[in-house]
Design a binder for this molecule. Structure first.
Ligand SMILES: [Cu+2]
Length: 170
């Protein structure tokens, strides 16, 4: 809802503020490090994307979009008794100046209904939408490298292979 109404409502402002940095296009106050998407094997229809997000002011991650997947959402992976389960998370709050890790075994971005296999050494575009404390939407466009393993900087956190993780989808 907000997505389609927002730009139209803003249009007069944007025209008036044409020489300024448009309000809706202010950069998202979020730094991203170590972003990557996991390569898929033939026939695999879903995969995960991982990164560390650090917001400079409190914002909430409210949306993910990528042309490579039919569905992209935030998932949380949690132990329930002896069983690891995933559930989708509509909104992920990012506190100011506290890195939030999206990593295998915890929060992650789930790319489902993939249109094509994710091949190693390619990259996929992905846009994150955040809502600020003031209710504004800010977008962040990323290019995620696709690889089989986490990049070295964020290595060591992997506790589950792609097979383990995505086999658990219900
Ligand atoms: Cu998932």
């Amino acid at each position: 809802m907000r997505k389609s109404l927002f730009p139209r409502a803003l249009l007069p402002c944007l025209v008036l503020a044409a020489t300024q940095l448009a309000f809706a296009q202010a950069p998202a106050p979020v730094a991203v490090v170590g972003a990557w998407a996991r390569a898929t094997v033939q026939g695999q229809r879903s995969s995960g994307a991982f990164m560390t997000l650090t917001a400079s002011e409190p914002v909430t991650l409210v949306g993910i979009s990528t042309p490579v997947a039919g569905i992209a959402e935030v998932h949380e992976m949690k132990m329930e008794g002896d069983v690891m389960r995933m559930r989708s998370v509509q909104e992920l709050p990012l506190p100011a100046n506290k890195p939030v890790q999206l990593a295998p075994g915890g929060y992650h971005l789930m790319l489902q209904d993939l249109k094509a296999p994710l091949k190693p050494d390619t990259s996929v575009p992905l846009t994150l939408t955040f809502r600020t404390a003031g209710g504004e939407q800010r977008r962040l466009a990323l290019q995620l490298p696709v690889s089989v393993q986490p990049p070295k900087e964020v290595g060591g956190a992997t506790t589950h292979g792609a097979g383990d993780m995505h086999g658990m989808h219900k």
